[in-house]
Write a protein that binds this ligand. Structure first.
Ligand SMILES: [Zn+2]
Length: 371
């Protein structure tokens, strides 16, 4: 009997050791409730409010997001901050430190993590407007021969969707790093979202630094450069996922996936980059692909409530049926809002004008409260 007990204990010890050795890497957030277990990340990605819209936005955090158990707020700040490091880049009447601290306090009170966003690499222009970075530093432009003033809608002979900066310009990191440091410091956060979606101009034939280089290596190089800069201060990079997906193989096309040879970057970027996998027309499977590449990923819907619920349920089901290792990378869901914050809140608070985006947010809130 004693021998039997000894063998039993030895087997038990071996089993426990094996379990311990097979523990997955710690997820971004340790589950503490049934909702956290189902969906560790429940985020909203939206443009930062204007100064005039700040009070209503704080009310929305307090009375809507917090009671519905949202725990991540990605705010597209871009040039809407009173940057001290580069005042030449700020918009007129931007948010000040005092304004940001009110956002920080509201989110902290409810355990909502903040991730400020500055669109990096791509999205440096929209239609005929060139944004601050390339307006003030035109030497960073990947395609200086393309004039946004000539934009005529999509498609156009220049292939202009949005401008990109050159990831190899030697002076660019000095400017961009200062902005990243300043915005993450004022938001008191260890998360930064760099956008990096829909990068159409990369490895341009006319760029003296990038011509002939591999677009996947250039894209991954800029992701890793930003990631490494953040890591110096213990901070983490988030990006949109479209450039990591093959638009031809998947049939996902040129926007929500890449048709300009960047997709192999998925195997070149650091594994601790958090990927926001956006799909608005279908509940696609790419979050599983990204998770099985070892990347933390959240599925990102937009304005179709029924699809958002399907994406949410897919995420829950995938987490329940896969290995602990892959489950740890399937992090949850981040709803996206692409209008400025003010029109979104007008629609949200006015049922007569409520649109698909506001309806989607409300549906997700209902679901989170049920889980
Ligand atoms: Zn270049």
């Amino acid at each position: 009997m004693r021998r039997f007990l000894f063998v039993l204990l030895a087997c038990l010890a071996a089993t426990l050791t094996a379990v311990a050795q097979n523990q997955p890497t710690a997820p971004a957030q340790t589950p503490t409730s049934a909702l956290d277990e189902a969906l560790p990340v429940r985020g909203l990605a939206i443009q930062a409010p204007s100064v005039e819209g700040l009070d209503l936005f704080l009310k929305f955090i307090e009375e809507e997001l917090a009671p519905a158990h949202f725990n991540l707020l990605i705010l597209r700040v871009d040039w809407n901050y009173d940057y001290k490091s580069h005042p030449e880049l700020r918009d007129p009447n931007p948010l000040t430190e005092t304004h940001v601290k009110r956002l920080v306090a509201a989110c902290r009170k409810h355990g909502i993590r903040l991730a400020p966003q500055i669109n990096l690499l791509g999205h440096q222009s929209w239609a005929k407007t060139t944004y601050s970075l390339l307006r003030e530093y035109p030497e960073f432009d990947e395609t200086p021969h393309v004039d946004t003033a000539n934009y005529t809608g999509w498609p156009n002979p220049d292939g202009l969707y949005c401008k990109s900066y050159c990831p190899l310009h030697p002076d660019m990191p000095r400017v961009v790093n200062a902005l990243i440091d300043e915005i993450t410091t004022v938001f008191e956060t260890d998360l930064f979202h760099a956008g990096m979606d829909e990068v159409f101009y990369i490895a341009d034939d006319n760029c003296p630094r990038c011509a002939g280089k591999d677009p996947a290596e250039l894209f991954a190089g800029e992701v890793n450069r930003i990631r490494n800069h953040l890591a110096l201060t213990g901070k983490r990079l988030m990006i949109w996922g479209d450039r990591l997906l093959d638009g031809t193989l998947t049939g996902l096309g040129a926007w929500e996936a890449s048709m300009n040879n960047t997709a192999r970057a998925v195997d070149m970027i650091a594994k601790d980059v958090f990927v926001c996998d956006w799909h608005y027309e279908r509940a696609d499977l790419s979050a599983v692909y990204l998770a099985m590449k070892g990347l933390d990923v959240a599925t990102c819907p937009w304005r179709r409530p029924e699809l958002a619920i399907r994406q949410m349920n897919d995420m829950i089901a995938w987490r329940a049926q896969t290995t602990p290792a892959t489950k740890s990378h399937l992090q949850g869901i981040i709803e996206t809002v692409w209008s400025p914050a003010e029109p979104f809140l007008r629609n949200y608070y006015n049922p007569s004008t409520e649109d698909g985006v506001a309806l989607t947010v409300r549906r997700l809130m209902e679901e989170y409260k049920k889980l």
